[in-house]
Design a protein. Structure first.
Length: 495
């Protein structure tokens, strides 16, 4: 059960609370937007979506025993529009904007909570860093973490509203695409620990430059705990300049190139697609933060870690997790054990071994930085390498050049088959072809498909011509390209 009553919900959200058959002291056990997930003592937030109006399900939700519905429409309006009789209604909160009410409720609920919250943002690697941090902290604490892609102004409030009394730490991913969004998310989350993974080239359509991205991402500090901690990637030139926040020293993690890094990895040995080994250094100055001190340099301790996910960026994620874990009081043994247990999330560099070939499922999202990181990962394969790459969205006026650069990079990394899919990916195919002309050492096979459906049709007719058996296949594009359909076909064909 949540520590949240009907009266408090009415207080938190601007609206009119109408109680029927109960009083305001009744506690609720969940808050959902999906009527299929509504519980017998829960709150259903009825919203008007692009395809479905949630108000049409209010009768079903009340029949299932829901304690409260948050609604933008009166019972009479819902009856007229969706046929739900007024007599079916129980307690409800009438508001002007259900999405805004959700944010207000989450902000109110957050301020009732005493557990520390780790907020994570950045251009690339938010989800994998979240998994490392949550996985390591789970060695000591009961952790709640963001699930799926719930990292925006709808998903973040829903994540906070899943926190229960048994949770000891929450790890919340925070994603944005424009100025002001992180400011609003920070107000809701009020993080105790802020982590920024990097400042790359994403959402340039709105944020324009890396300096714009830095400005937007660092809005996470706007409502953070004044006595909290900031952990930044010391390898990123923009973040490395952020040495103090709220008058307190920033804590840096990385790969050892920045002398300010208090947690850093060296002696990295790649095990190909199956991870890395490394030496992790943790300076004593980080441990001093638990007592509120600001140590400078000093001695350090080292531990040998096994990073189970491939790519040097996963080693950096391990350092980020160790930085947060050190601040929150975990031992070195707990840090080491937690890193070794981290598993890939579906859609994020998730390796799928099949009888015909190995898939790298990275089809959740894409931008130029993450595309290159994925191609770096593919280059580790000791088989033929196939890259199925689709459009990257929200890149603004430089989109053609950025797609071309990714195509060129795929050639440079020794990719054997390059399949470019989508309108913008025409420039990717052109970039790859120019790179082949300029380099006689490597001549990959390059295919271009105008859309996902064209690719699928050709795969079904000539799969082995496009993706030969005993190869390693990277699947990556922006989420809107729906490359999950490509993934599912190749999974079925590869058994």
């Amino acid at each position: 059960m949540m520590d949240l009553s009907l009266a408090e919900i009415g207080k938190a959200c601007e609206g009119t609370l109408v109680l029927q058959g109960t009083d305001g002291t009744c506690k609720v056990d969940s808050v959902v937007l999906d009527s299929r997930k509504a519980t017998s003592q829960g709150v259903f937030v009825a919203t008007v979506g692009e395809r479905v109006d949630g108000h049409r399900f209010i009768g079903e939700v009340f029949a299932g025993g829901a304690s409260l519905v948050i609604t933008e429409k009166t019972p009479k309006q819902v009856e007229e529009e969706h046929g739900v009789p007024v007599s079916a209604w129980k307690s409800y909160l009438l508001v002007r904007d259900s999405f805004q009410a959700l944010k207000e409720l989450a902000e109110y609920y957050r301020q009732k909570l005493s557990l520390p919250i780790v907020g994570i943002t950045g251009s690339v690697g938010k989800t994998s860093t979240k998994e490392f941090i949550a996985g390591v902290l789970a060695e000591k604490y009961k952790v709640l973490k963001t699930e799926g892609n719930f990292n925006n102004e709808v998903g973040v409030p829903l994540t906070l509203l899943r926190i229960r009394p048994e949770h000891e730490v929450a790890v919340v991913e925070m994603g944005i695409s424009d100025f002001g969004e992180m400011h609003r998310l920070s107000r809701i989350v009020r993080p105790n620990v802020c982590v920024i993974t990097n400042i790359g080239q994403c959402h340039l359509e709105n944020l324009k430059t890396r300096d714009g991205i830095l400005k937007a991402k660092t809005e996470i500090f706007d409502f953070m705990d004044p006595e909290g901690w900031v952990c930044l990637n010391g390898e990123d030139d923009k973040l490395a300049a952020v040495t103090r926040v709220n008058g307190k020293k920033t804590h840096f993690f990385g790969l050892g190139s920045n002398p300010l890094e208090e947690v850093y990895a060296t002696d990295i040995v790649s095990k190909g697609l199956w991870g890395s080994e490394a030496t992790l250094h943790i300076r004593q100055s980080l441990a001093a933060t638990q007592a509120g001190a600001e140590g400078e340099g000093g001695s350090e301790k080292t531990l040998q870690i096994q990073v189970p996910l491939p790519g040097i960026h996963m080693v950096t994620n391990s350092a980020a997790a160790a930085c947060v874990a050190g601040i929150l009081g975990l031992t070195q043994e707990q840090i080491k054990e937690g890193i070794s247990k981290v598993a890939a999330v579906s859609g994020r560099n998730h390796l799928i071994r099949l009888s015909r070939y190995t898939l790298i499922d990275d089809c959740y999202n894409a931008n130029p930085v993450s595309m290159k990181a994925a191609l770096d990962l593919l280059a580790m394969a000791d088989t033929r390498r196939v890259a199925i790459l689709g459009d990257m969205f929200e890149l603004g006026e430089n989109s053609p050049a950025m797609h071309a650069e990714v195509g060129s990079y795929a050639v440079q990394k020794g990719t054997d088959y390059i399949l470019c899919v989508g309108g913008a990916s025409r420039f990717m195919a052109e970039g790859a072809s120019r790179a082949v002309d300029a380099c006689s050492e490597h001549s990959p096979v390059i295919f271009y498909f105008a859309d996902r459906q064209s690719l699928l049709e050709e795969l079904k007719k000539n799969r082995e011509r496009l993706v030969p058996d005993q190869s390693t296949i990277l699947i990556k594009a922006s989420h809107g390209m729906v490359f999950t359909e490509v993934l599912e076909y190749l999974k079925e064909a590869g058994e």
